[in-house]
Design a binder for this molecule. Structure first.
Ligand SMILES: [Zn+2]
Length: 233
């Protein structure tokens, strides 16, 4: 409970530094919040992390040998999740990434299927692209996950060695041809005999995750799982 003076200070600070819901633009009373209570209720959770044979897992059948896979939210065009992910990816709003990561972490830690995860591997960005953006959005999501589910993160076990431009309009086969050989293992000792969770912002064709997983799955004692913030329907 706040004393009247603290309330007054909070009101004054809100007046000077207004804080808005990223999704609907309404005034937020809680300075740590990213979206308002009503938008939180609208978040399209999938519950895939607890669901064997979910659509994300099925999309990797025959492509990668995964222990478990899932996405936290459904992604549709012009949806709340699209707004949040574009804030993270294109508007330098890393607070949104931590927030989505925290929500993912809460779900992951409740699922037995992910209980044996040893290490989080964010989808690597090419160093040039990371320099342009200033951060890797998958690493930000991993840090959000880590804040609630205490798992180590490795950003340098594997790196992206080829700079690839946006390929969203290309089909899976074409993308796969472009993806082969774009990752390079740098620190084998970090992943040997570990259950790795590959983390990315969104699963569309899964081509990048497939390429990343393929570069890791033949390593000694490695088990792979996949978690993304959103799944494109
Ligand atoms: Zn809102």
């Amino acid at each position: 409970m706040l004393f009247p003076f603290e309330n007054l200070l909070q009101d004054f600070s809100r007046l000077l530094f207004p804080h808005f819901c990223v999704a609907c633009g309404c005034d937020l009373k809680n300075r740590d919040a990213v979206i308002c209570y009503h938008c939180q209720l609208d978040l399209p959770f999938t519950n895939f992390f607890s669901l064997p044979n979910n659509p994300v897992e099925k999309s990797f059948y025959g492509r990668l040998n995964l222990q478990a896979a899932g996405s936290a939210f459904y992604f549709t065009k012009d949806s709340l999740i699209q707004i949040l992910l574009s804030e993270l990816k294109y508007k330098q709003n890393i607070t949104v990434g931590y927030y989505l990561g925290r929500l993912m972490g809460n779900q992951l830690m409740q699922s037995e299927r992910f209980a044996s995860i040893d290490l989080l591997i964010p989808m690597p960005l090419h160093p040039k692209k990371q320099k342009l953006r200033g951060y890797n959005q998958a690493t930000i999501i991993c840090k959000g996950i880590q804040s609630v589910w205490n798992k180590p993160i490795s950003e340098n076990a594997i790196i992206r060695k080829v700079f690839s431009s946006s390929q969203t309009l290309q089909d899976r086969l074409h993308r796969w041809e472009n993806m082969e050989g774009i990752f390079a293992l740098k620190n084998r000792d970090q992943i040997t005999n570990k259950h790795l969770l590959l983390v990315d912002d969104v699963t569309t064709t899964g081509a990048s995750l497939e390429a990343l997983g393929s570069a890791l799955e033949t390593e000694n004692g490695v088990t792979l799982s996949v978690a993304t913030a959103a799944y494109t329907i």
